[in-house]
Ligand binder design. Structure first.
Ligand code: ZN
Length: 167
């Protein structure tokens, strides 16, 4: 599967996984409705892979016949869930890290220092040169400690992949 273009729709039971995938730069919708058919209709219309812990969805004809691609997430734990998706779909960990808003799933836009002045804390302004803004919620992103912690975790996955000789 061409991992570059893969898009997801995450069921309400795997919300944290959705954020991880967005962090990696994968377009991931989060479905928090109660009617599964809405999620399935969107997945079909937009060619998205369904991520769910719901075995009933996996038993649907659309899934068993392969018309709808779905991954049954087996673990409770978001990091293991991410590992499962990365391995199942052979995703590229170094894809487009931090290019999508974690809240809105919108592609971020680069901003220079002057553009974010007065919109970020003074200590951040002093120490950071690169910023990204979400065009939808206008949240500003920069390479802070949160970012570093997440990069570290992803690098751990990368090392695992290298050990298995995939790169
Ligand atoms: Zn946003």
């Amino acid at each position: 599967m061409g991992s570059i273009s893969v898009k997801f729709i995450a069921d309400h039971n795997v919300g944290k996984l959705a954020k991880w995938l967005r962090m990696m730069g994968y377009d991931t919708l989060f479905f928090n409705g109660i009617d599964d058919s809405g999620m399935i209709a969107t997945a079909l219309a937009e060619d998205r892979v369904v991520l769910t812990r719901d075995t009933e969805i996996m038993a649907r004809r659309l899934v068993t016949t392969g018309r709808l691609k779905a991954v049954l997430i087996t673990s409770d734990e978001p990091e293991r869930q991410l590992k499962q998706v990365i391995e199942t779909l052979n995703l590229d960990i170094r894809f487009r890290l931090f290019s999508i808003c974690l809240e809105c799933n919108q592609p971020l836009v680069e901003r220079n220092k002057e553009q974010v002045k007065d919109r970020v804390p003074p200590y951040v302004f002093k120490t950071q040169d690169q910023y990204m803004e979400c065009p939808s919620c206008h949240r500003i992103y920069w390479r802070g400690t949160h970012w570093q912690a997440m990069t570290k975790k992803l690098n751990k996955f990368k090392q695992c992949q290298q050990k298995e000789g995939e790169f």
